[in-house]
Design a protein around this ligand. Structure first.
Ligand code: SF4
Ligand code: SF4
Ligand code: FES
Length: 241
């Protein structure tokens, strides 16, 4: 006999007059290989047709279904109910703008972060569509690839104490983005430019280094290595000043 699960879900629709944040409980018979995302689909089909949550890929790729599951920021589509107790509490990610119930807007924050860090290759070279692709050594290409694996789910920001206190803090996702361009030899930004971008309380100096972000990142990005690299670079830049 399978378990009966109780889902305690945060409900609030900010666009509805007189709606108040509250918790609603839904009971569901557990089936084999059930994940939290599929459970939400069943609850929406059978019990709460107006329940709001996000998804696109259902495969841990798009980052849309991130939410707090029993107090931990993670992906609903990658979380099996068999790994959780009978009672499962679901809340929206903190920090990001609440759209309703479990749905938050991570897109605005990620776009602003990308613009703030000028997340593109800065180069004076003219683009030549006929030219051969520039060569890069494997180790460097791998480091860039690892940083590029970020799916912008927002779990690291939701799990970061500094981000909750300082809304302008770049968080692990922002620092990882900096690392991606610092690694890239095609980016011609100089030390001074990088130093101004990174060496602030909103950048690497605001980071407490306890690595909650590393614990919760569902893609296991090598955040520890990226932060260590940025810190070494910033120290070098400070000594050269
Ligand atoms: S190490 Fe801590 S303070 Fe720094 S980004 Fe990660 S969670 Fe935030
Ligand atoms: S660094 Fe990890 S936790 Fe943070 S947004 Fe990217 S994939 Fe999500
Ligand atoms: S639905 Fe895309 S990561 Fe879960």
């Amino acid at each position: 006999m399978g378990r009966t699960l109780t889902f305690k879900i945060f409900r609030y629709n900010p666009t509805k007059d007189n709606d108040q944040p509250h918790i609603e409980a839904y009971r569901l018979e557990e089936i084999p290989r059930l994940n939290v995302f599929s459970a939400l689909n069943m609850i929406r089909e059978q019990q709460a047709p107006d329940l709001m949550y996000d998804f696109v890929c259902r495969a841990g790729i798009c980052g849309s279904c991130a939410m707090m599951i029993n107090g931990r920021p993670t992906l609903a589509c990658r979380t099996l109910t068999s790994d959780l107790p009978d009672t499962i509490e679901l809340f929206p990610l903190p920090f990001f703008k609440l759209l309703g119930d479990l749905s938050v807007d991570t897109g605005v924050w990620f776009r602003e972060m990308g613009e703030r860090l000028e997340s593109w290759i800065h180069t004076q070279k003219q683009f030549d569509p006929e030219a051969q692709e520039e060569r890069m050594d494997n180790a460097t290409a791998n480091k860039i690839y690892e940083s590029e694996r970020c799916i912008e789910c927002g779990c690291c920001i939701a799990g970061c104490a500094t981000a909750q206190v300082y809304p302008d803090f770049l968080g692990a996702a922002g620092l990882n983005r900096i690392g991606r361009f610092l690694f890239d030899p095609r980016d011609e930004r100089g030390d001074q430019e990088w130093f101004e971008l990174v060496s602030t309380d909103e950048g690497v100096f605001g980071c407490l280094g306890m690595m909650a972000c590393d614990d919760v990142c569902p893609k296991d990005l090598p955040l520890l290595e990226v932060f260590a690299y940025i810190r070494r670079k910033v120290s070098g830049m400070a000594l050269a000043k």
